[in-house]
Write a new protein. Structure first.
Lengths: 440, 126
C-alpha cells in the first residue's frame, strides 16, 4: 500500500488535467470570440446556450462527427500521427507546473528545463503534419512555423535565464517560493525579461500579430490546410494548450505563481475575501439573468452555472471561515493558490487576445528581423545586465535596488541602441534599398 | 528521484491515449467518408494542384535552423550557470565575480560570433 500511495494524488491530477483541458481550451476559444466581438462592437456567439455558453460543446460534437478526409497523396501514417505529437507535447508541459502549492503532478528539480524541452517537441507535430499533407501551402506553412518557433525559442530561453538568476533553482515550486521569500514578483525585478518573454511567447504560440504560419491571406491555414474534422481540432487543442502552458510559465516565473498580491503584507489580508466574493458575484449575475433567457434549456443551464459558482464560492470561503489549525483552514493555501494561479493565467491569455485584436500582422521578414536582430541581442544583454547587478550586490555589497536598476538601465540603453540601428535598416534611404524577396 | 517521473509517465500515456482513442472511437460513430476525386486532392485555391510538394525550398530555412542550434545550445549552457550563480544550496554557489567573469567570457565569444553573422547578413531574411 505504501508503495502506491504517493502516486495516487499525482495520477489523479493527471486524469483531471487530461479530462478538463479540452473543455478549458474550448471555453478559451469562446472567450476569445466574445472578447473579439466586444472589441468590434458586436455580440459574438449568442444562439447556443445562454450568451453562447454551450457553443464549445456544440463545436466539439460537430468536429467529432465531421467527415474525415486524408488527401490521397498524403503520407497516411505521419498524417495520422502528427497532430497526436502536437497535443501530447503541449499537454505534457503542464506536468511540472504548479497550479497552486498543492496541485502539481511532479515537482522536478529540473522543472523548467523539462517544460521547455517537452513543449518544443510540438514543433515536430507541426513540421511532420505540414510535410505529410503533401501540399505546397502546408509545407510552406510548416517551414515558416518551425523557423518562427525556433527563432523565438532562443530569446524566450534567455529571458527565462534572467529570471533563473533571481530564483537560483529550476524547480517550478522553488521559483515561486523564491518570489514568496523576497516578496517581490520577478516581473518587478526583471521587467525587461518579462517583456522579452511576453513577445517571444506570443510568437511561439503562433498568435497574432505573429500568426505568420496561419496567415489566411497568404497560406490559407498554414500547416493545417489539409486537416479537417477532429484532426484539425487536435491541432487547435494543441495551440490553445500551448497558450495555457506559456501563460503558466510566465505566471510561475514572473507573476508570482500561486501567490496572492501583497502576500507578505498583513495589511492586504482582506484580499483573501476577493475570490469568494467574485464567485458569489458571478453566481448572483447568473441567477438574475436566468429567468430572462428565452428557452427553458437556457434557463436551466444558467441556473446550473450559478450553482457551480456557488459551489466554488463555498470551496473558497470555507477555509477562511474554518477555525485556525483545522484541516479545512490548512487547505486554504492550496485552494486559494489555485485560484490566484488560474486568475493570473487568465489575465495573461487576455493580454494575448487584446494584442491580437490591436496589432496588424507582421510581415515574415520583419518577424525574423525582430526575433534575430532585436530580441536575441537584447536578451543576451539582459542576462549580462542581471548578472552584473547581482554580482555588484553580492560581491561589493551594494544595496539590491540600485545594483539591479543599473543592470536594467544598461539593458534598456542597449535596447534603444538596437532599435536605433534597426530603424536605419528598416527604412533605407533612397538609392540604398535592399533587394526585396519573393520566396517563402 | 526517478519516483517523481512515474506520474509524468502516466500523464504522458494519458495525454497520448486521449486523442488517439477519441480519433479511433469516433471513426465508428461518424458517417464514413465517401470523398472521391477533387476532394482528395491537396487544396490550391481551386485550381488543379501543380506537381507535388516534395520539392526544394528556400535555403534560408536551413540557415535559421543552424543559427537555432548555436544559440539554443548556448541558452541551455546558461541554465546550469544561472542556477549555480544564485543557488541557495550551501557550498555550490559560485563566487559572484568568478561567475560573472565566466559568463561574460562565454557570452563575449558569442557576441563576437553574433556580430560576424550580422555583418555577413546571415540574420537578414532576404
Amino acid at each position: 500500500m505504501n508503495v502506491i500511495m504517493p502516486y495516487v494524488l499525482p495520477v489523479l491530477f493527471a486524469l483531471v488535467i487530461v479530462a478538463l483541458l479540452p473543455l478549458l481550451a474550448g471555453y478559451i476559444v469562446l472567450v476569445e470570440r466574445k472578447v473579439m466581438a466586444d472589441m468590434q462592437v458586436r455580440l459574438g456567439p449568442m444562439r447556443v446556450g445562454p450568451h453562447g455558453l454551450l457553443q464549445p460543446i456544440a463545436d466539439a460534437v460537430k468536429l467529432l462527427l465531421k467527415e474525415d478526409i486524408i488527401p490521397e497523396n498524403a503520407d497516411r501514417l505521419v498524417f495520422w500521427g502528427a497532430p497526436l505529437i502536437s497535443v501530447t507535447a503541449a499537454m505534457l508541459a503542464l506536468a511540472a507546473l504548479p497550479i497552486g502549492p498543492f496541485f502539481q503532478i511532479a515537482d522536478l528539480n529540473i522543472g523548467l528545463l523539462f517544460i521547455l524541452g517537452v513543449s518544443s517537441l510540438g514543433i515536430f507535430g507541426i513540421v511532420l503534419g505540414g510535410w505529410a499533407s503533401n501540399s505546397h501551402y502546408s509545407l510552406l506553412g510548416a517551414l515558416r512555423s518551425a523557423a518562427q518557433l525556433v527563432s523565438y525559442e532562443t530569446s524566450a530561453g534567455l529571458a527565462i535565464v534572467g529570471a533563473l538568476l533571481l530564483a537560483g533553482t529550476l524547480s517550478t515550486r522553488g521559483i515561486v517560493q523564491a518570489q514568496s521569500a523576497t516578496g517581490w514578483w520577478f516581473i518587478f525585478v526583471a521587467p525587461v525579461g518579462f517583456f522579452i518573454y511576453l513577445v517571444a511567447s506570443i510568437a511561439e504560440t503562433n498568435r497574432a500579430p505573429f500568426d505568420m504560419p496561419e496567415a489566411e491571406s497568404e497560406l490559407v491555414a498554414g500547416y493545417m490546410t489539409e486537416y479537417s474534422g477532429f484532426r484539425w481540432a487536435l491541432y487547435f487543442l494543441a495551440e490553445y494548450t500551448n497558450m495555457i502552458v506559456v501563460a503558466s510559465i510566465a505566471t510561475t516565473l514572473f507573476l508570482g505563481g500561486w501567490l496572492r498580491p501583497f502576500a507578505n503584507t498583513p495589511l492586504f489580508n482582506f484580499l483573501d475575501y476577493l475570490p469568494p466574493l467574485l464567485m458569489l458575484g458571478v453566481a448572483g449575475y447568473c441567477f438574475w439573468r436566468a429567468p430572462k433567457q428565452p428557452v427553458a434549456v437556457q434557463k436551466m443551464f444558467m441556473v446550473a452555472v450559478g450553482l457551480l459558482c456557488i459551489a466554488l464560492t463555498l470551496a473558497l470561503a470555507m477555509p477562511l471561515a474554518a477555525p485556525a489549525g483545522s484541516l479545512l483552514a490548512s487547505s486554504k493555501a492550496g485552494i486559494h493558490g489555485a485560484f490566484w494561479f488560474l486568475f493570473k493565467v487568465a489575465a495573461y491569455i487576455y493580454v494575448f487576445m487584446w494584442l491580437r485584436f490591436t496589432f496588424p500582422r507582421y510581415r515574415f521578414d520583419q518577424l525574423m528581423r525582430l526575433g534575430w536582430q532585436f530580441l536575441v541581442p537584447l536578451s543576451i544583454v539582459n542576462v549580462m545586465g542581471m548578472g552584473l547587478g547581482l554580482a555588484l550586490h553580492r560581491q561589493l555589497n551594494w544595496p539590491a535596488a540600485p545594483a539591479l536598476i543599473l543592470g536594467i538601465v544598461l539593458t534598456l540603453a542597449a535596447g534603444a541602441y538596437l532599435l536605433a540601428t534597426g530603424e536605419k535598416h528598416e527604412h533605407p534611404r533612397v538609392g540604398e534599398e535592399e533587394e526585396t524577396s519573393v520566396d517563402a | 528521484m526517478p519516483r517523481q517521473y512515474v506520474p509524468i509517465l502516466v500523464f504522458a500515456v494519458l495525454a497520448m491515449a486521449f486523442p488517439a482513442v477519441t480519433l479511433v472511437l469516433f471513426k465508428y460513430i461518424r458517417p464514413d467518408s465517401r470523398a472521391t476525386g477533387a476532394k482528395l486532392k491537396p487544396y490550391e485555391c481551386g485550381i488543379p494542384p501543380e506537381g507535388d510538394a516534395r520539392g526544394r525550398y528556400s535555403v534560408r530555412f536551413y540557415i535559421v535552423a543552424i543559427l537555432f542550434v548555436i544559440f539554443d545550445v548556448e541558452t541551455i549552457f546558461l541554465f546550469p550557470w544561472a542556477v549555480l550563480f544564485s543557488t541557495r544550496e550551501e557550498g555550490y554557489r559560485l563566487t559572484p565575480i568568478y561567475g560573472l567573469a565566466s559568463m561574460f567570457v562565454f557570452l563575449g565569444i558569442l557576441i563576437i560570433g553574433y556580430v560576424w553573422l550580422y555583418r555577413k547578413g546571415a540574420l537578414e531574411w532576404v
